[in-house]
Design a protein around this ligand. Structure first.
Ligand SMILES: [Cu+2]
Length: 185
C-alpha cells in the first residue's frame, strides 16, 4: 500500500515537472530582435506541408521587416496570412511581415504564419530543425523549429507563457478574461 502510494506520488511529481506550467519556449536572438522557438506540425502524409508558429520581438528603436525564412530540412518556407473571404477563412501568400519598434509579431494559428513545404521525409515528431530568419535590416536569427503532433495547441501553450513572462496580469491583454460571461447562457 505505502509503496504504491509513493510510486503514485513520484509519478505525479514527474508529470508536474515534465509538462504543463513553467515550460517556456526557447528564445533565439539576433541584434535587437528575438524569436521564440517555432513549432510546426510533423507534416504527415505525402504532402510534407506544415504550418509553423512563433513570435518575434523587436526591441530596436526602428521598425524591421521579416523578409525570409529558410531551413536546410525543408524545400521552401513561405509567408502566409489568413484572410476572411465572404465568411470563409483562406490562406494567401504574403511577401514580408513588418514588426514595428517595440512590438511583437505573432505568427499564430488563424493569423499570419509560416508555411513549410517539402519537409525532409525522414523527420518525425519531436525532431528539432534549424530555422533561419532574415530581416530587412540585415539581422539574421538562427532559430529552431520543433516538430510536434499539434502545433496549434503547442503554440497556444507557448504564447500563454511568453506573454506571462513579459506582461503583468491585469493589463489590457488579460481584461477579457475577467469580462468573460459567467452567467446563464
Ligand atoms: Cu498557410
Amino acid at each position: 500500500m505505502t509503496q504504491k502510494f509513493i510510486l503514485t506520488l513520484a509519478l505525479a511529481l514527474a508529470v508536474i515537472t515534465a509538462g504543463g506550467c513553467g515550460k517556456h519556449p526557447r528564445v533565439y536572438r539576433g541584434g535587437e530582435l528575438s524569436a521564440t522557438e517555432a513549432v510546426a506540425g510533423t507534416g504527415g502524409g505525402a504532402s510534407r506541408i506544415s504550418a509553423a508558429f512563433l513570435s518575434i520581438r523587436n526591441r530596436a528603436a526602428t521598425a524591421d521587416v521579416l523578409v525570409g525564412a529558410t531551413s536546410p530540412k525543408a524545400e521552401a518556407i513561405e509567408f502566409h496570412e489568413t484572410v476572411d473571404v465572404d465568411g470563409t477563412l483562406k490562406m494567401r501568400p504574403a511577401t514580408a511581415f513588418a514588426i514595428p519598434s517595440g512590438e511583437r509579431l505573432a505568427l499564430a494559428p488563424g493569423r499570419k504564419h509560416l508555411m513549410v513545404f517539402g519537409l525532409d521525409p525522414a523527420l518525425k515528431t519531436g525532431d528539432r530543425i534549424p530555422l533561419i530568419l532574415t530581416f530587412r535590416s540585415g539581422t539574421i536569427i538562427e532559430a529552431e523549429m520543433e516538430l510536434v503532433a499539434d502545433a496549434s495547441a503547442r503554440f497556444s501553450d507557448h504564447a500563454a507563457h511568453h506573454s506571462g513572462a513579459h506582461d503583468r496580469h491585469g493589463k489590457a491583454g488579460h481584461a477579457d478574461k475577467g469580462a468573460s460571461p459567467a452567467g446563464p447562457q
